[in-house]
Design a protein around this ligand. Structure first.
Ligand SMILES: C[S@@+](CC[C@H](N)C(=O)[O-])C[C@H]1O[C@@H](n2cnc3c(N)ncnc32)[C@H](O)[C@@H]1O
Length: 211
């Protein structure tokens, strides 16, 4: 994605974030509020998850778009004490600059619809998570209603151009389950503020390393 497109997406995402922050708060609190230890928040955007982490957590929040990072830092500065220790930095979900098994949890909220190579991002999540580490996803996905899914696929090319390469019809959570993450909770959620079907997935990397 070019610099101009990244700047444009960061500019339009600010108001979108303010609009949906409140309506998604309960989902986010449930998704990340119990996580402990070293947490990776991938594609943190304006830092929408930050207020929901436990104060004793250590969060590394990354986004590949440098224009999102000032918004995340502003959110961080505005957090009420006590709050998690949060480090904001630039990184790509498909090439994470972290050692193997360096995190206790991997969080992605409304991000992996946009990565060009989902399998690579899944592989990176697997690599940086410690055995037994938690995976938490909140993503919009393909509809279970066939005609709606067809509409999503038809809109994909145009939508991707204006929305950071977003795929409307991706089954992101399936890619993680196929990789071998063990599901502890999987549910579809509906929200007035979001017309697309949404999935919450809580899973775990198995304790035993498998190839
Ligand atoms: C729709 S926003 C969601 C932001 C935030 N996670 C939330 O829940 O509101 C998607 C974010 O993912 C980031 N992103 C997209 N592709 C990425 C990638 N390959 N690596 C890291 N971040 C990425 C975008 O820059 C954007 O900030």
């Amino acid at each position: 994605m070019g610099n101009l497109s990244k700047r444009w997406f960061a500019t339009i995402y600010g108001p979108i974030d303010r609009w949906q922050r409140r309506s998604t708060a309960a989902i986010r609190r449930d998704l990340v509020g119990d996580l402990q230890g070293d947490i990776l928040d991938v594609g943190c955007g304006p830092g929408t998850n930050f207020e929901h982490y436990r104060p004793d957590a250590h969060v590394t929040a990354v986004d590949y778009n440098e224009h999102m990072l000032p918004m995340a830092r502003k959110t961080l500065l505005g957090l009420r004490e006590p709050h998690a220790v949060i480090e904001v930095r630039q990184a790509d979900a498909m090439a994470l600059p972290f050692r193997d098994a360096s995190f206790d949890a991997y969080v992605s909220t409304l991000v992996l619809c946009s990565v060009p190579d989902l399998e690579r991002a899944v592989e990176e999540a697997w690599r940086v998570l410690a055995p037994g580490g938690a995976l938490r996803l909140f993503e919009h996905v393909r509809s279970e209603v066939p005609w709606k899914a067809r509409v999503q696929s038809a809109l994909n090319p145009a939508w991707g151009l204006v929305a950071d390469g977003c795929h409307l019809d991706r089954l992101t959570h399936h890619a993680f389950i196929e990789r071998g993450f063990e599901v502890t909770e999987q549910r579809r959620v509906r929200m007035r503020a979001e017309p697309l079907p949404l999935v919450v997935l809580k899973a775990r990397k198995p304790e035993q390393r498998s190839a």
